[in-house]
Design a protein around this ligand. Structure first.
Ligand code: 3PG
Length: 234
């Protein structure tokens, strides 16, 4: 039996300011730091001690995992990082106020991009300083593999690719895994694990700092889902 613990990072500085973040590498707010520590308390209280930690390459997810594991006095485990767990790339909407964008594009387009499955935000154009190729973190990656604006469908493709190559084999070995990532990269994973349709995923919100646990058998058949922060199962 392997447990997959999904954890959305605590509140970031951009979440606090209501800005689209995507691949912008902002840190946690004070509240986000507290949420990450609280996530560690919840995991410890429920005996959810991971064998391996996975995070994106973005510091809000990395720091959330570190703060939670520190709180648990469980910092000895390996932490494997992949850009494929990064947040959905929010394209030209990145760094812009969410209410201002909603006003500009209208409710329908806003929600189609934000919560729909196959609608992408407008992509970043050549020369835009926000392009991932300008961030030295991604310098060794083929620039053509770096997104400029992703739908949930595109995000799901890279997240599931990483899940299959790195995460699923460990789960099948019965390991307990912590995945510290982002609202939309985790929605992509939840959609696949729970076999949700594009219409169903529209309704799914992943709260910051609240662990979601999936328990699998060794054939990766899903046995149950738990929300330890809510002291109930669903
Ligand atoms: O990238 C962002 O702005 C957030 O992490 C997720 O934003 P959303 O809830 O608006 O999709």
């Amino acid at each position: 039996m392997g447990r997959l613990i999904l954890l959305r990072h605590g509140q970031s500085l951009y979440n606090k300011e209501n800005l689209f973040t995507g691949w912008t590498d902002v840190d946690l707010s004070e509240e986000g730091i507290e949420e990450a520590k609280r996530a560690g308390e919840i995991l410890l209280k429920h005996d959810l001690l991971p064998d391996i930690c996975f995070t994106s390459w973005l510091k809000r997810a990395i720091h959330t995992a570190q703060l939670a594991l520190k709180e648990m006095e469980w910092e000895q485990i390996d932490c494997i990082k992949s850009w494929k767990l990064n947040e959905r790339h929010y394209g030209a909407w990145q760094c812009h106020n969410k209410d201002a964008i909603r006003k500009e594009v209208g409710d329908e387009m806003f929600m189609a991009v934000r919560r729909g499955y196959d609608t992408s935000p407008p992509p970043l154009q050549d020369g835009d300083p926000r392009l991932a190729e300008n961030d030295p973190k991604y310098r060794k990656l083929d620039p053509s593999s770096l997104p400029r604006g992703e739908s949930l469908k595109a995000t799901r493709k890279r997240v599931l690719n990483y899940f299959a190559e790195a995460i699923a084999p460990e789960l099948a070995r019965g390991k307990d895994l912590l995945v510290s990532a982002h609202g939309n990269s985790l929605r992509a994973l939840v959609m696949a694990i729970e076999h949700l349709t594009p219409a169903e995923i529209v309704e799914v919100e992943i709260p910051t700092g609240e662990p979601i646990v999936y328990v699998f058998d060794e054939t990766l058949h899903l046995l149950r889902k738990e929300r330890p922060a809510r002291f109930s199962k669903d």
